[in-house]
Design a binder for this molecule. Structure first.
Ligand code: GDP
Length: 198
């Protein structure tokens, strides 16, 4: 997919205030520092798109970007901030839950995990919740440039195996990416393109 345009539309914490235009939507979510902003900027070939909407105070919001005038890319807040109060965590959980449960045009979500790390409880629980609620998602392994091909294969294999052990019948589709060298960019964008043209 060629990115002809990628424009910031709106940030908010209320799903009912998300854009009304009925375009297919793809959301990106993961632990803070997983490389989400970098991935979005890499996919869109823009230096500061994700950061621009992520000005201080905006990072905990649902950020909509319109891509090629025919789909929305949604940058969701990073979860697992160490320094967020319990109350903030609850508020955050509520509007993210509302987003996933109510956003009808959401086609697929991309759950980002750092390829170097073993499966983390917070990610596993999140994926389990997505599965239980029938919300389609793919796993995106980030920072692949940090590992050699053999280690990539090993870590991805171990990750998917852990999901199977956790009672998943089949593993979600996954992508291996690096924002440093754009690895995985074409594959991920083609996936979106194919769904959009179906
Ligand atoms: P976010 O908090 O999930 O939005 O994460 P950022 O995109 O801000 O990235 C967090 C840190 O990881 C930054 O220091 C990035 O430079 C680094 N990073 C992100 N993606 C990659 C990648 O693909 N490769 C490498 N080597 N570092 C990355």
């Amino acid at each position: 997919m060629k990115i002809k345009s990628a424009d910031f539309v709106i940030s908010n914490s209320d799903v009912s205030k998300c854009p009304k235009e009925p375009l297919p939507e793809y959301a990106f979510i993961g632990r803070s520092n997983v490389g989400k902003s970098s991935l979005i900027n890499m996919l869109m070939e823009r230096k500061n798109l994700a950061k621009t909407s992520g000005r201080p105070g905006k990072t905990q919001l649902i950020n909509h970007f319109k891509v090629n005038n025919n789909w929305f890319l949604v940058d969701l807040p990073g979860y697992g901030y160490a320094r967020v109060s319990k109350k903030d965590k609850k508020t955050f959980q509520k509007y993210i839950t509302n987003y996933f449960e109510q956003r009808e045009q959401l086609v697929c979500s991309f759950v980002l995990v750092d390829i170097r790390h073993e499966p983390q409880k917070i990610d596993m629980e999140f994926m389990e919740w997505m599965g239980e609620n029938g919300i389609p998602f793919c796993i995106v392994f980030t920072k692949a440039d940090k590992l050699k091909p053999k280690a990539i294969e090993k870590n991805v294999g171990a990750y998917l195996q852990k999901l199977l052990e956790d009672a998943w019948e089949e593993t979600p589709r996954h992508f291996v990416t690096s924002s440093n060298n754009s690895f995985g960019r074409e594959e991920l964008l083609s996936f979106i393109d194919i769904i959009n043209t179906d």
